[in-house]
Write a protein that binds this ligand. Structure first.
Ligand code: HEM
Ligand SMILES: [Ca+2]
Ligand SMILES: [Ca+2]
Length: 304
């Protein structure tokens, strides 16, 4: 069985419409949904493939991916938009649409809604039957990893350096928690309060914004200080100015393997959109399960 864009045409003719309505309504009610869903999708596809393994809740017998430390910051809005779509789809066509397809299409709709490129999402993914916290913890990239390690993670699922740089343009929207950058902005070294790869004024702005983060762990800052809600190429324009929020963002500008692509996407938004669309379309096919390798979950947060 192969994936196709018309997979639900007969079995669930209202699929596209229900997805469009659900994502639009959710994004209008909660504007942080787009970033939340996009990161959730990335974290799903990197671990066990795009199979909704990240949506599973833990049980007394299994600590699931979503309870891995690295996933605790995934905002509820990303999960919620999937649950809403699943509820509507189960009424319209019970037992037909997978949670993995719902997350893939919700992400695409939201990227497009924020002004990003449209791309095709092939359908027919089945939901996975494995979700283990240690696998998420050991697989996903973190901002303090060396560029070598980050490149290796993407290479292991078939992505080039250029594709990795394009995908990370996702940081043109959304937030990072202060805890992700505290070691870069407070008491960075004996000689510098903050990481010198920051623009100094930006660093002091971040220090102010995060001042209370120990008492208030939910404090966050924009990933793209210039256009935090628009899916555009301003993320790449920020990097040469020292306006990258995460250490891994600023590292894209420091490393000679990644810098040329940062510069390309900074000057050419069309090139970024084309590369992002191709890369996320490819990501959306990573490790997909078909036939008896998966199931159509009744609820997205538990195995059948
Ligand atoms: C290159 C390696 C990457 C690293 C080290 C990384 C790390 C992070 C971290 C630490 C955050 C902040 C999370 C928080 O504090 O809540 C974040 C946010 C985000 N990441 Fe990445 N990321 C990477 C690549 C990607 C890719 C490839 C995508 C999607 C295609 C992506 C999508 C996002 C989005 C949308 C947010 C904002 C989430 C929100 O607003 O809730 N990231 N990333
Ligand atoms: Ca997965
Ligand atoms: Ca932006």
């Amino acid at each position: 069985q192969q994936l196709s864009t018309s997979y639900y045409h007969k079995s669930c003719p209202r699929f596209e419409q229900i997805m469009q309505d659900t994502t639009t309504n959710k994004q209008i009610a909660s504007p942080t949904t787009a970033g939340a869903a996009l990161r959730l999708f990335f974290h799903d596809c990197l671990v066990e493939g795009c199979d909704a393994s990240v949506l599973i809740s833990s049980t007394p017998f299994n600590k699931a991916e979503r309870d891995a430390d690295i996933n605790l910051s995934l905002p509820g809005d990303g999960f919620d938009v999937v649950v809403r779509a699943k509820t509507a789809l189960e009424l319209a066509c019970p037992g037909v649409v997978s949670c993995a397809d719902i997350l893939a299409v919700a992400t695409r709709n939201l990227v497009t809604m924020m002004g990003g490129p449209f791309y095709n999402v092939k359908l027919g993914r089945r939901d996975g039957r494995v979700s283990r916290a240690p696998r998420a913890q050991n697989t996903l990239p973190t901002p303090t990893m060396s560029m070598n390690r980050i490149i290796r993670i993407f290479k292991s699922i078939g992505f080039s350096v250029q594709e990795m740089v394009a995908l990370t343009g996702a940081h043109t929207i959304g937030f990072s928690h202060c805890s992700q950058i505290s070691s870069d902005i407070y008491n960075y070294s004996r000689t510098s309060q903050f990481d010198p790869s920051y623009n100094p004024r930006y660093a002091s702005g971040l220090r102010n914004a995060c001042a209370d983060y120990k008492k208030n762990p939910s404090l966050s800052v924009f990933n793209d200080i210039m256009t935090p809600r628009d899916f555009d190429n301003s993320y790449y324009k920020n990097l040469p100015k020292g306006l990258g929020v995460l250490r891994s963002d600023r590292a894209l500008m420091m490393d000679r393997r990644t810098r040329p692509f940062v510069e390309l996407y900074a000057r050419d938004q069309k090139a970024f959109f084309e590369a992002f669309a191709r890369a996320i379309e490819k990501l959306s096919l990573n490790g997909v399960k078909t036939g008896r390798n998966g199931e159509i979950r009744r609820r997205c947060d538990s195995f059948n």
